[in-house]
Structures are given as C-alpha cells and as structure tokens.
Design a binder for this molecule. Structure first.
Ligand SMILES: [Fe+2]
Length: 247
C-alpha cells in the first residue's frame, strides 16, 4: 500500500492545490488527511469544497472540531481564536456536514493508525519524548499496530521504537528513509497550509507499506496569493507573514 499523507491544511487553498497536483503525479492507493482543514488562513470554503470532491480518508483536527463547537476553542491563542471565529462566520452551512462526518482516528489494514494529535486526543502534541513513549504504549495495547500517522505540530517528525522498547526521535537526514521492519513508528508529514519547521513550502509525505519507507516531500506554492487573501479578509497580518517564513 502506497499512501500520500497530508495534514494541517488550515484553509490555505494555494498550498492545497499545489500539494494535490504533486500527489496526482505519485502513484498512490489512498490519500490520508490528518485534519485541521480549517483555521488560520482565508479559504475555508474552497478547501472543504476541494476535499469533498476527492475520495480521501479525512480525519478531524482540533480546529475542525472547534469550528463546529466553539467552546473547544477556549484554549486557543488569540490569533488562532480570531481566525477560527472568522471561519465560523464565513463557512457555508452546506459544508458543515463534511466536517461533522470526519472521524477522530482511522485504522488501516490492522497495521497502521491515523490521528490528528494523538490517538486519544486531537489537542495533545507529540513533541517530547514522554509523549511519543505514551503513544507507542497505546499502540502496543492495540496489538499489531506498526505505524501511527499524526499531525497537529505542523512539523515533520519520525519517532522510532525498537524491539527493546527504546524510543527516539529519528533525525530526518534524507527526505526518503527506509524504516526498520521490526520497529514501530510515529510519523508526522508536516503541514500543508502553515508549516512551522522553517521551510515555507507545503509539506506532505509518501508512505510505502511494501518497501516500508517514508518519503518527506514539499512543494512551492503561491505564498503571495495566500497572503493576499488573508490580508483582504481582515485576518491578523501575522498569519500572512508567518507563511513566508514557515513558522
Ligand atoms: Fe493545526
């Protein structure tokens, strides 16, 4: 099974279009979207409409859930909150069904799991060692799971657990990495619409279940176009500035 993994689109139409064009050139069996379709940027309707026309596996992120239930946004920082309230106002009611239907997790073939933050919370990050360890322990309880795909941090990551149970964050020394068949992994493809790892290009990843490899990829997109929409919408200018820096 060859999978394209995307996450954290955050209403960035220009970035989503570039990533989907790149994925069309890859031979993948399925596209897995790890959530946060909306929030921050200025094209919530266009992004949902574009996804509606695809046969992707779409999961809910914390921003998607907060758009449906704003009390979930209480812990958001002020800029995230303002953008979410703007999105709530702008979203076409007919598109809410798509967001409401997105599950929190998805198991694939009994070996792979997908979630937004962690398998038990859309709001929890996997950034630190203890958080990675906890998720590996949850996977072990579920038996045969080898890989969990996650997003939410907007940063690429590859966590590894060896057969002795040692957990480490593996350095992404090359874009394409072969995975150890005996290991378990937590994989974050980075963010399509608001990357925060210093590379402003729209990020995604290709996972190959056959040769057990992950290929981290990114594509340039029309950042000035996305910035213009943000400023025209009256959203906080920092949301436009950060796209150019990938922060
Ligand atoms: Fe996000």
């Amino acid at each position: 099974m060859r999978l394209a993994i995307i996450s954290d689109i955050h209403s960035n139409l220009e970035a989503l279009e570039s990533v989907l064009a790149a994925i069309r050139r890859e031979e993948v069996d399925a596209v897995l979207n790890l959530g946060d379709v909306v929030g921050y940027n200025a094209s919530p309707n266009e992004c949902v409409e574009l996804l509606q026309g695809q046969k992707f596996i779409n999961l809910a992120g914390n921003h998607d859930l907060a758009l449906l239930e704003p009390e979930r946004a209480q812990n958001f920082n002020i800029i995230a909150y303002q953008a979410l309230m703007w999105s709530r106002e702008k979203i076409h009611p007919g598109l809410l069904k798509f967001l409401e239907a997105m599950p929190l997790t998805q198991e694939l073939g009994g070996r792979f799991l997908a979630c937004h933050g962690t398998p038990t919370s859309t709001d929890t990050y996997i950034s630190y060692h203890f958080q990675g360890k906890r998720v590996f322990a949850q996977m072990k309880k579920q038996g045969s799971l080898k890989v969990c795909f996650f997003g939410h941090t907007h940063r690429r990551a590859l966590w590894y657990r060896d057969i002795r149970g040692t957990v480490a964050l593996r350095e992404i020394v090359r874009p394409k990495l072969k995975l150890a068949p005996e290991g378990d992994y937590l994989i974050n493809p980075g963010s399509v619409g608001q990357p925060r790892d210093g590379n402003p290009e729209a990020a995604y990843a290709i996972f190959d279940g056959e040769d057990f490899s992950i290929h981290f990829k990114s594509v340039p997109y029309d950042i000035p176009g996305a910035q213009r929409r943000i400023l025209d919408a009256g959203l906080p200018p920092f949301l436009a500035e950060r796209l150019a820096q990938g922060v």
